[in-house]
Write a protein that binds this ligand. Structure first.
Ligand SMILES: *Cc1c(COP(=O)(O)O)cnc(C)c1O
Length: 371
């Protein structure tokens, strides 16, 4: 028998996650240099100095296994967030934690609910464990932000067999977010047989006054799982480290399915150091704020509509099928993200870069759109 036929059905039908194109790959393909990548919502300032120092200091101990319990990082997170370290589940990126949730709570007999245009990892982890996916229509712009999560529509899709609900706040690739009252109103209505994962990968970037502090809700909503990451604002995407915060009971279950050493030792020390580097985080958030403003205005000036974003990226409607625009930008040495796979074939997602990178992108866009 062909191995394809031997795979479990969820896996044989799975389309893998499509990452942003790596710089080195485009270099190989086109033989050009000075490429800029605004495709994966990475921090344009890079890792902070404290994280780099911690990595240096740890490098002589690479022959040792990491601390599988992540004691120091959990203690630092717990102190910063005002929670019990035992409420934390560390992951090899928050992606890992999303997968742990799927493995712990989903099966072929159960289902998950998420929104149209939501982060691509939710359908993947759901399908990989053979669970059913109920995909809610996104807002059409009348009762909430166009393309944003419609929590009423999501609520209507919760079935007896639903065990997980994935909410990205803010969502990638739309950049839309849910306010405190709206999200709390939804959580109140979720039946006791379902857990809600609120994915806050862009938490540090959001300054909207009605953006919820979900960690405060863990006591009144015991079925809540909040996930965050060091990949975005903390600038450590290459190290792969993220975490979930939940009740002690849920954390215990998630930790049962975790690989014993899922977070490597450099990631553990770098993440801990990054948490204490307020300066780097402030510079990151400020640069993003300015860049997001600049890109938003620049897109409007060019007559291109965009989805209002509170993240470190902006998604623009290029007014035509976006793939050729993406490809022409590649030839200009600018990597952005086509998002047809998210049901948005005319949109491109652009990560906010440095001032220089934003200008390079806009100049390249002008040349490409004039073609
Ligand atoms: C980038 C991202 C993540 C996490 O990425 P990791 O690098 O695995 O931590 C999670 N959720 C959303 C919505 C994202 O955009």
């Amino acid at each position: 028998m062909h191995p394809e036929q031997l795979a479990v059905s969820g896996v044989s039908k799975l389309t893998p996650y499509q990452p942003g194109k790596p710089i080195a790959e485009l270099e190989r393909e086109l033989g050009i240099s000075n490429i800029i990548k605004l495709a994966s919502n990475e921090n344009p300032l890079g890792p902070g100095p404290k994280a780099l120092e911690a990595i240096q200091a740890e490098s002589g101990s690479l022959h040792l296994y990491p601390d599988g319990g992540g004691f120091d990082l959990k203690a630092a997170l717990a102190g910063k967030l005002g929670i019990d370290p035992a409420q934390i589940t560390l992951g090899n990126g928050s992606n890992d934690v999303l997968e742990l949730a799927a493995r712990a709570f989903l099966s072929a007999e159960t289902s998950a609910v998420f929104s149209q245009h939501a982060f691509a990892v939710y359908p993947i982890v759901t399908q990989a464990v053979g669970a059913h996916a109920h995909v809610a229509k996104a807002h059409d712009g009348t009762r909430g932000p166009l393309y944003g999560h419609d929590l009423d529509a999501m609520h209507q899709l919760i079935e007896e067999d639903t065990r997980l609900i994935f909410i990205a706040n803010p969502n990638n690739p739309t950049g839309t977010y849910l306010g405190r009252d709206e999200l709390a109103g939804f959580l109140k209505k979720v039946p006791a047989h379902a857990l809600t994962v609120v994915d806050e990968a862009y938490f540090e970037y959001v300054s909207e006054p009605d953006y919820p502090n979900t960690l405060e809700w863990l006591e009144c909503y015991p079925n809540l799982i909040v996930t965050r990451t060091f990949s975005k604002a903390y600038g450590l995407a290459g190290l792969r480290v993220g975490y979930a915060v939940s009740s002690l009971c849920i954390a215990d279950l998630l930790n049962r399915v975790r690989q014993p050493f899922n977070v490597n030792s450099l990631a553990l020390v770098a993440a801990k150091a990054a948490l204490s580097d307020d300066g780097h985080l402030q510079r990151t958030v400020l640069l993003n704020h300015e860049g997001l403003g600049l890109l938003t205005e620049a897109l409007a000036k060019r007559g291109l509509s965009h989805i209002p974003s509170v993240g470190n990226f902006i998604t623009a409607d290029v007014g035509r099928v976006a793939l050729p625009v993406y490809e022409a930008l590649l030839r200009e040495g600018v990597i952005v993200r086509p998002i047809a796979n998210y049901g948005l074939p005319n949109h491109l997602r652009v990560t906010v870069g440095t001032k220089k990178e934003n200008q390079v992108f806009l100049s390249a866009l002008d040349r490409v759109l004039a073609l």
